[in-house]
Design a protein around this ligand. Structure first.
Ligand SMILES: Cc1cc2nc3c(=O)[nH]c(=O)nc-3n(C[C@H](O)[C@H](O)[C@H](O)COP(=O)(O)OP(=O)(O)OC[C@H]3O[C@@H](n4cnc5c(N)ncnc54)[C@H](O)[C@@H]3O)c2cc1C
Length: 441
């Protein structure tokens, strides 16, 4: 036996190795079973990494807001994120504008409706000159990652980075926690309330909640640098589309163009793999074509997003399905958790209503509550809404509002020793008002 193996065996038999750490020598003999379609995973004991009041899965705009709201509401909170940063598509995905901050009131005046944590993030970025525009502010991704880390830390959230959630731990129809996979192996996190902020509804899917899949175009966002060097007087100059200005000097960000794919599923890993290769090639070819254009010789491709631009996937079947009709008619909900605005025109009753003419709209708590599973909430681009509302429900402003609503509700559930389904709506309202959320206007 080699010295290293001897030490491992000795440590393991003395119980001195960390929980979950495997030794090559101590491994039990397993029988390999497959039937042509499936392999059977042997039963095994999974170490518990931690127990918490509230567990938020996914640190995008929704998950970050949910974790901050829950922790500030007094609940011990843990946030699990598979990548190395917060902000999800907003930052790592290079989707920089926080849309839907404003909407039209009954008095015909445009009002800012995204307040609370959404406003706090952009106000703090403004202090650092890392955001441009008042309405639908566009942020610098690195500054936003930094600021979200600060806010999570200041709120006392326990952050677990570099860990994929891989399954739900169920007790009948009640969720008790999740399994994660990381360099530390497979571990369990137990919680009284779990909030699914994976964007793709991974957790409610594993838990057995009903949902539908909405497919959308998938793309690869990228940034171009040196835009101040463009020479419009160069002989042969023709305007190239480089996207939108960002707070980063001389930098534009672009999503569509040559890397805009057709509607397809992000739930198929082989499709994602194929799209990744195709989009990277398309972006590179686009870049080479731009550089060959007279006047654009010094443009460089600064970066591509660390994740594909997935707009939609699973949408949960909630206690209430919010509709486009609700959003167009100032529908009032007695369990409103916040409001969102508009950013695009929509087809409505045979016509097209322009963004500036669209009402702001309320979001009810019941749209975050799964219909069947207990102990669970969903926020972000997978909460419960109809197809007409997809373009508005999935944007970052709405995601932050639903995240804060879910986090605050989870904190109330902990305070009341209750399930999210049965919490006092009055207590939720009070907490959200304390957290500076605009519930009605
Ligand atoms: C091309 C494109 C353009 C867009 N343009 C705009 C725009 O201009 N303005 C706007 O407001 N919105 C825009 N959107 C929409 C917006 O970016 C997203 O809908 C929004 O970021 C969704 O927020 P979320 O928190 O629900 O999910 P996400 O941003 O997707 O965040 C989910 C987080 O969960 C993590 N996660 C996922 N699964 C797991 C798991 N199993 N384990 C652990 N962690 C996990 C992810 O890594 C990620 O951090 C655009 C989207 C795309 C794709």
């Amino acid at each position: 036996m080699k010295r290293r193996d001897f030490l491992k065996t000795a440590l393991a038999s003395a119980g001195l190795m960390a929980a979950g750490q495997e030794t090559t020598t101590a491994k039990k003999k397993e029988t390999f079973q497959e039937d042509g379609k499936f392999v059977t995973e042997p039963t095994k004991q999974i170490p518990i990494l931690l127990r918490t009041d509230v567990l938020v899965v996914g640190g995008g705009p929704a998950g970050t807001a949910a974790a901050i709201a829950a922790s500030r509401g007094g609940a011990e909170t843990c946030l699990v994120e598979r990548y190395n940063h917060l902000g999800g598509l907003w930052t790592g995905g290079l989707i920089l504008p926080l849309l839907s901050t404003h909407g039209l009131g009954r008095d015909g005046k445009t009002t800012r409706v995204i307040r609370g944590i959404g406003q706090e993030i952009t106000d703090r970025l403004k202090e650092k000159n890392m955001v441009i525009y008042e309405r639908n502010p566009l942020v610098d991704p690195e500054a936003a990652k930094y600021m979200l880390d600060r806010m999570i830390e200041e709120s006392g959230v326990r952050m677990v980075y570099h860990a994929w959630a891989t399954g739900a731990i169920m007790d009948g129809r009640t969720i008790r926690g999740i399994f994660i996979e990381s360099k530390s192996g497979r571990q369990a996190i137990l919680a009284n309330v779990v909030i699914d902020c994976t964007g793709d509804g991974d957790v409610f899917h594993w838990a057995g909640e009903k949902y539908r899949e909405v497919q959308h175009r998938i793309c690869l966002p990228r940034r171009f640098g040196n835009v101040d060097t463009i020479d419009k007087n160069a002989p042969g100059y023709t305007k190239q589309k480089l996207g939108w200005k960002t707070p980063t000097p001389n930098t534009y960000v672009k999503w569509e163009g040559s890397s805009s794919g057709p509607k397809s599923s992000c739930l198929d890993v082989m499709n994602l793999s194929k799209l990744q290769v195709e989009h990277r090639k398309a972006v590179w070819e686009e870049y080479e074509a731009i550089r060959k254009t007279p006047g654009y010789e010094k443009i460089f491709l600064m970066d591509t997003a660390s994740q594909l631009g997935v707009r939609m996937s699973r949408v949960m079947e909630g206690e209430y399905q919010l509709t486009l009709e609700d959003s167009m008619t100032y529908k009032q909900f007695d369990d409103a958790i916040g409001m969102s605005g508009s950013w695009t025109s929509v087809p409505y009753h045979g016509g097209k209503i322009k963004s500036n003419d669209r009402p702001f709209w309320q979001i009810p708590y019941r749209a975050l509550l799964p219909k069947h599973i207990d102990g669970l909430l969903a926020a972000g681009r997978c909460f419960s809404f109809d197809d007409g509302l997809v373009e508005d429900a999935r944007v970052i402003g709405t995601c932050i509002v639903t995240g804060q609503g879910a986090g605050a509700a989870a904190a109330v559930a902990i305070k009341e020793s209750n399930t999210p389904r049965h919490i006092s709506r009055h207590a939720l309202r009070q907490l959200l008002l304390e957290q500076k959320v605009l519930l009605e206007a």
